[in-house]
Design a protein around this ligand. Structure first.
Ligand code: ARG
Length: 274
């Protein structure tokens, strides 16, 4: 009896140990399901084939902020209030709008991923409901300090090897990593430079499952202390401990461009700085 109890205890210890180890390296990866309607500013962006491809945030009744590189997916519809992709076309909480006009940040560069910002003007106003809310940007956003815990969310891949969007909206906490660190070869071996217009964030604890955004999460928000600080932009693979995700930072220059466009669509298109 005592022996079998010991054996049972050993087995339990083993199982518990396995569960708390870092084996789930590649598992928004490493995140959790978001409670329905608890991120009411999250937008899901669809291509002309009605396939979801990117995330975004609803800034006001007619403007959605996302990543410039999502342009390549030929985005033409935005859905708000989505909980699961499978119900997104029938769910009564969902409001769908066509993209009427779109503006990429004038300095966006697909080779360097710099200024990865895209504004979509919707064909018709979206109404605020319990499931849908606007998320106006702050006037200035301070550079998040190293170690700040931020949240990322999206319907992107939950496993690197399963190339399918997640049916559920997922979120995860990621930690801000200093640019100097992110630009070290160990963290960044592809030649991309993390500029002051970008924020790097990932999993810094050695003993925890890696959390990261992944394909399909692009355009979604990086939220730090309740405000949007960035936009999911790129990474080197996903959920690689030493290759953190990179986010377009809502720097003064970016906020000025966004607010300028929202106020007046013919706001200067020129790219003053790279
Ligand atoms: N570029 C991706 C997208 O289109 C986002 C990738 C983020 N990658 C990362 N490792 N954090 O959805």
């Amino acid at each position: 009896m005592a022996r079998s109890l010991l054996a049972l205890a050993k087995t339990l210890c083993f199982i518990l140990h396995v569960q708390s180890c870092t084996c789930g390296e590649a598992e928004i990866i490493g995140g959790k399901k978001v409670k329905a309607h608890s991120l009411p500013h999250m937008a899901l962006l669809y291509n002309s084939e009605e396939e979801p491809r990117c995330g975004g945030t609803l800034l006001s009744s007619t403007w959605v902020l996302t990543a410039a590189h999502c342009f390549k997916y030929k985005i033409d519809t935005v859905r708000l209030g989505v909980v699961t992709i499978k119900n997104s076309k029938t769910d009564g909480f969902v409001q769908a709008r066509k993209v009427a006009r779109q503006y990429q940040h004038p300095c966006y560069n697909a080779d360097t991923n710099i200024h990865d910002l895209w504004l979509l003007k919707l064909s018709q106003a979206v109404e605020e409901t319990t499931a849908i809310k606007y998320l106006p940007l702050a006037n200035t956003i301070s550079d998040p300090k190293e170690g700040t815990i931020c949240m990322v969310a999206g319907w992107g891949l939950v496993k690197v090897d399963i190339k399918e969007m997640s049916d559920d909206l997922m979120s995860a906490d990621v930690t801000v990593i200093k640019r100097e660190t992110c630009n070290l070869t160990k963290y960044n071996n592809t030649g991309y430079t993390i500029t002051s217009d970008m924020v790097c964030a990932g999993t810094v604890e050695e003993n925890q499952v890696v959390r990261d955004t992944c394909q399909g999460d692009s355009g979604g928000p990086l939220m730090c202390n309740g405000e949007q600080v960035g936009i999911t932009s790129f990474g080197i693979g996903c959920a690689n401990r030493t290759k953190p995700g990179v986010y377009a930072f809502l720097s003064k220059q970016h906020i000025d461009w966004i607010n300028g466009k929202i106020k007046n669509e013919s706001y200067s298109e020129e790219c003053a700085t790279q």
